[in-house]
Design a protein around this ligand. Structure first.
Ligand SMILES: Cc1cc2nc3c(=O)[nH]c(=O)nc-3n(C[C@H](O)[C@H](O)[C@H](O)COP(=O)(O)O)c2cc1C
Ligand SMILES: Nc1ncnc2c1ncn2[C@@H]1O[C@H](COP(=O)(O)OP(=O)(O)OP(=O)(O)O)[C@@H](O)[C@H]1O
Length: 319
């Protein structure tokens, strides 16, 4: 997959010169609804012998159009993860346009002329509720007015689960409630966040459960506080483990929450390593125990429960 970064106004040398099928959306999460849209575009491109291209943005349009709301707009998939997922789906070209006020204030007609026609799109593919512009000035119905017959428009119908649209917003809600089974079902893969390993208080090893403290990507959506069965990628390999997101109340409540992962049967030094954590299953809330011994008894139980639910994970689920 080729990645092209564009800043408005783009240069001709920054775009692909041939004809394309252009797939439109922000696609945070690249969830099953998004996958349907993207696969439709790829299929049409294959049938017509064209390249499939996705137009996404370096950051959420809400930063430009509205005041930023961290609860709504923390990412499920920062750009590097989005790139990975797009590549796995088989997209030929990923356009990452800088979403700035100059780009965001284009009229629908300018957007269509400069970015759809200008990028040689022969077919546009987007979901039923795709809109363009600050006040959603253009949608899949009005796009044909601006198209003036210069390209075809394919609208993908709503993909739902349990009579509710699969959406990034719905998935964010589940993750903030620790409902990982539902979130992972809608995503079509196990939710992950990336970060790197920093020092903690070095107490974990005394408990018999050393933990990697993870500093997360700054714009990523961190799941609800609590204890989880996880997979962690480090040094090129996935490992089974259990994680805590919380304030360690047993030892006098930290000022900020920490993300800690205990990898089973693992004793390497990994400070500074980049990691990925897959949130497989929510086990329980964080508890203020009366003693370190009580916490250890509970950690032993958490380990058994984690191993049990991780045993059923297939390799394909963790990519
Ligand atoms: C799976 C898991 C579950 C945990 N559950 C709790 C908990 O319920 N209450 C608590 O105070 N700390 C909990 N902890 C955090 C421990 O208190 C923490 O790992 C320990 O204090 C070491 O911290 P350090 O890495 O900063 O040294 C948990 C840690 C793990 C890995
Ligand atoms: N469930 C779905 N079924 C079909 N198309 C969808 C679905 N969800 C999103 N799309 C389409 O995918 C593209 C990207 O949509 P967008 O990034 O707004 O995702 P979203 O999940 O609807 O996000 P949000 O929850 O923030 O509204 C758009 O073309 C949109 O219409």
């Amino acid at each position: 997959m080729e990645i092209k970064r564009d800043h408005h106004p783009y240069k001709e040398s920054d775009i692909y010169g041939g004809d394309i099928v252009l797939i439109l959306g922000f696609f945070d999460g690249v969830h099953k609804g998004h996958q349907e849209v993207i696969k439709t575009g790829i299929q049409i491109a294959k049938e017509r012998g064209l390249k499939s291209a996705v137009m996404t943005f370096n950051r959420h349009p809400a930063f430009v159009y509205r005041s930023f709301d961290p609860d709504k707009h923390m990412y499920l998939t920062p750009l590097d993860r989005k790139e990975q997922l797009m590549e796995q789906l088989g997209v030929d070209i990923l356009y990452e346009v800088d979403f700035t006020s100059s780009f965001g204030s284009l009229t629908p007609q300018q957007f269509v002329d400069d970015y759809i026609v200008g990028w040689h799109a022969k077919v546009i593919v987007a979901g039923f509720d795709y809109t363009y512009g600050k006040a959603h000035e253009a949608n899949m119905d009005t796009l044909s007015v601006y198209a003036k017959g210069r390209f075809e428009i394919v609208t993908v119908k709503q993909k739902s689960l349990d009579d509710e649209k699969i959406s990034s917003t719905r998935i964010r809600r589940y993750i903030s409630e620790g409902r990982m089974a539902e979130a992972n079902e809608l995503l079509g893969y196990i939710y992950e966040i990336s970060g790197f390993v920093i020092h903690g208080d070095a107490r974990g090893r005394d408990l018999g459960y050393p933990t990697a403290n993870v500093y997360p990507h700054p714009y990523v959506m961190v799941p609800k506080r609590g204890v989880y069965a996880v997979k962690m990628w480090v040094n090129g390999q996935w490992h089974d483990g259990m994680a805590s997101i919380g304030y360690n109340p047993t030892f006098g409540h930290r000022p900020n929450y920490s993300i800690e992962v205990h990898i089973f049967d693992f004793s390497e030094q990994i400070y500074g390593e980049d990691v990925r954590i897959k949130w497989v299953h929510y086990l329980r809330d964080e508890i203020k125990f009366n003693s370190a011994e009580d916490l250890i008894v509970r950690l032993e139980q958490d380990e058994l429960e984690s191993k049990e639910c991780l045993a059923s994970i297939k390799h394909d689920d963790i990519i």
